[in-house]
Design a protein. Structure first.
Length: 198
């Protein structure tokens, strides 16, 4: 067991193997419908991606940013040169995976257009709720790729910038990260409400 858990790669593979076992049990007991399972599969991928994305967003805002001032200056390069770039890689690709699987899921379930129109085309409250969640998620995705990441590259020294530009970029990235943290709460409310109260 320690051979699995001491390697992240092996741990992730074991997680997917367990998921396949659950699928086999589902298939053996419930049969298989490609449309039902396809929608479920993309919802599962959507949730997996979303957990990666929002988990890292909350890590940055609840753990890393508030504690950077407590880290001695000589130790800060480890965060800026090693941890933050790796976390930002998974953060931005988690965002991309979330939006792509979410759009595929909405298309597969036949409500993509109605949700984008916030339910105004069909008057279905569920489509309004999921549409609000989708729009908030799209704004957050845009912030990640086109504001936070470009500014973090400057702040972390991945691209050349002088000290003033680095400080300004760090502040901009932090403010947009906080914006995404704020938007994540109603976004999750809208997404979950669409699945549970409508």
């Amino acid at each position: 067991m320690s051979g699995i858990l001491t390697s992240l790669r092996n741990t992730v593979i074991a997680g997917f193997v367990l998921a396949v076992i659950l699928f086999v049990i589902y298939y053996a007991t419930q049969g298989y419908s490609s449309t039902t399972f396809g929608a479920f599969f993309f919802r599962w991928l959507h949730v997996l991606s979303g957990v990666m994305w929002i988990g890292l967003l909350w890590y940055f805002n609840f753990v890393q940013i508030p504690n950077m001032g407590k880290i001695p200056d000589e130790q800060k390069p480890a965060i800026g040169k090693v941890i933050a770039p790796a976390a930002l890689f998974w953060f931005r690709w988690g965002a991309m995976g979330t939006i792509v699987t979410g759009l595929i899921l909405a298309w597969m379930n036949g409500y993509l257009g109605d949700a984008i129109a916030l339910g105004l085309t069909d008057g279905v409250p569920k489509h309004t709720a999921i549409g609000i969640g989708m729009w908030l998620g799209a704004i957050m995705w845009f912030n990640v790729w086109f504001v936070i990441w470009p500014n973090q590259k400057k702040a972390l020294g991945i691209v050349e910038a002088d000290a003033d530009a680095k400080a300004a970029a760090a502040r901009t990235a932090m403010l947009f990260s906080r914006t995404n943290t704020m938007l994540s709460v109603p976004m999750l409310f809208a997404m979950v409400s669409a699945q549970n109260i409508y």
